[in-house]
Write a protein that binds this ligand. Sequence first.
Ligand code: AMP
Ligand code: ZN
Length: 113
Amino acid sequence: MDTAHCIFCRLSADPNFKTLFRDEDVVAFADLNPQAPVHFLVVPRRHVETIAELGDDHLLGLIFATAHSVAREQGIAESGYRLVFNQGSNGGQTVYHVHLHVLGGRQMTWPPG
Ligand code: AMP
Ligand code: ZN
């Protein structure tokens, strides 16, 4: 998948796309198909297909820090939330541009589906 055909590359480059947070490295935006009262994604602007490929890149820390600060803004910091990276096919990954799911606003269950 090249960046021109990647949905998250296109969204993160679009200045009119409604985001919860954006800077030069990452964007956060509401998931199109929310699985919880609060469900947003944190996405690096650089096209990297999987979390495995990202390795120990500094973007990882920025992704987590953004997740926590947007969670605070969304009012779920106190009640708690779940952070999910789906890796590859069995992991349930459908969009091959790294994204961290942040889900909250309800009690999460375990095991996940
Ligand atoms: P995953 O299955 O982990 O790859 O997650 C991909 C996520 O991207 C799903 O939760 C989708 O609902 C979400 N998604 C796909 N397209 C869009 C979009 N245009 N805007 C917001 N979220 C999207
Ligand atoms: Zn991309």
